[in-house]
Design a protein around this ligand. Structure first.
Ligand SMILES: C[S@@+](CC[C@H](N)C(=O)[O-])C[C@H]1O[C@@H](n2cnc3c(N)ncnc32)[C@H](O)[C@@H]1O
Length: 207
């Protein structure tokens, strides 16, 4: 399935969460549009396609995560909250940790969490390389770093059971193919629903 346009993308998300979550996401989009005037959170042009480019693009990761992850969903380099904050809005029962090194961004993420009443979501401000490592049930990172670097940084948060979810846009297959053989065998690419040419690198780091 490939989503076509904003209505289709909104319907995709609505089919995967309840009305309260949809109301939260609507409120979050308002906060994002407002804050984007102050700090460059997302490219302004993408706000015209916010459901497809950011919300559904993030929401689709739930399809590849364990139904009830036992433990924390860690999102590296959350930026404006993608995908981690969208996951927290859709699944407020999950413990979600947003890791973000830029002070302004992490402060804004914290203010969103408060405004949206997301009790089980928190921000870790700092560089992922040096923050206290926590075992992740799911480890996500969108537009965070080239794959070898994302793996090197994320390794500290990973166990043999951690599900890695790395939306990688159009370079997904190439980035996996360029990994050393052992690593390559641990990851594969899933088709993104938000962009016919984009892929999500997923797998488990078993050593
Ligand atoms: C290109 S943005 C992507 C943001 C978001 N994930 C998205 O897809 O819209 C990368 C984000 O990662 C953050 N970041 C980069 N290196 C980091 C690091 N080592 N630790 C924590 N955050 C980092 C940046 O500050 C930035 O907000």
């Amino acid at each position: 399935m490939i989503l076509v346009g904003e209505r289709d993308s909104m319907d995709y998300v609505a089919a995967r969460c309840d009305e309260r979550a949809m109301a939260r996401i609507g409120r979050f989009i308002d906060l994002l549009v407002e804050e984007n005037e102050r700090q460059n959170l997302v490219a302004a042009a993408t706000l015209d396609h916010v459901w497809q480019r950011h919300i559904a693009d993030s929401a689709q990761l739930l399809e590849f995560a364990p139904q009830v992850p036992r433990g924390t969903w860690v999102d590296l380099g959350s930026g404006a909250g993608f995908p981690g904050l969208v996951i927290a809005m859709m699944r407020p029962d999950l413990h979600v940790k947003l890791v973000e090194s830029r002070r302004l961004r992490s402060a804004w993420l914290s203010s969103c969490i408060d405004a949206l009443g997301l009790d089980k979501c928190e921000v870790s401000h700092g560089r992922a390389e040096v923050l206290p490592a926590e075992e992740a049930a799911v480890l996500s990172a969108r537009a965070f770093a080239p794959l070898p670097k994302a793996i090197a940084i994320g390794r500290r948060f990973s166990t043999a059971d951690t599900v890695w979810l790395l939306p990688k846009g159009r370079s997904a297959a190439q980035e996996v193919n360029e990994l050393p053989k052992r690593l390559r065998s641990m990851f594969h690419v899933e088709q993104s629903v938000s962009d016919p040419e984009a892929g999500i690198v997923t797998g488990r780091l078993t050593e």
